[in-house]
Design a protein around this ligand. Structure first.
Ligand code: NI
Length: 204
């Protein structure tokens, strides 16, 4: 395994350990290499958040009443996992068609130092205009990440970038009542994501 691959496995393991601890073993994942899709019933993941959106407005989990939230934590300088995940979210949005209006995709940065509202807006709109970028103070990001059991850590790198962010990369589907309905990995294909989301949207 190359060093970056080893690092990715370690980050995935750390993220999964946090999730497993929160779920008490309730999650199920697909076979090796297959579409990894997990559905959970645990109330322990998720919760209120207070953040700033890409237009500088203060928002919370209640800012999109009646909509399901599709939440992803990442950062705009991410070389691989974030673009991959946001690409699949964009595919899912297109696959959902008009039903996507009942869904609010959110991209929460784990790098608030560099990801200003304007930088986030630029970044997410390159994938899909319906995705809204969220940032906040270091404390607000930490609280939101804690609620969703997201692992993230600053990691120094050589060169102009200075540092990168290690982070777990799950896409969370949350009901209008704030209940976690499902989560996906960055490897879940957009079509499979849409199929799963469609079922939850139909239930209200
Ligand atoms: Ni990333």
């Amino acid at each position: 395994m190359t060093a970056p691959a080893r690092r990715a496995v370690l980050i995935l393991a750390a993220g999964l350990a946090l999730l497993a601890a929160a779920l008490g073993g309730l999650y199920v994942m697909g076979g090796p290499g297959g579409a990894r899709l997990a559905e959970v019933a645990g109330p322990q993941i998720g919760g209120p958040f207070a953040l700033t959106d890409q237009d500088g407005r203060r928002v919370s989990e209640q800012s999109w009443p009646g909509r399901h939230l599709l939440l992803f934590f990442g950062f705009t300088h991410c070389p691989d996992v974030c673009p991959l995940a946001l690409g699949e979210v964009s595919v899912a949005l297109d696959a959902l068609g008009p039903a996507a209006a009942k869904l609010q995709p959110l991209f929460v940065t784990v790098d608030p130092e560099r990801d200003t509202p304007a930088a986030l807006k630029d970044y997410v709109s390159a994938f899909d205009d319906r995705i809204v970028g969220l940032t906040g103070t270091a404390e607000e990001i930490a609280a939101a990440a804690r609620a969703y059991r997201v692992y993230y850590k600053k990691a120094p790198v050589q060169g102009a970038l200075g540092y990168t962010m290690d982070h777990s990369a799950f896409v969370y589907l949350v009901s209008p009542q704030g209940k976690l309905e499902a989560f996906f990995t960055h490897e879940t294909k957009g079509a499979a994501m849409a199929e799963k989301i469609k079922g939850f949207l139909a239930k209200g």
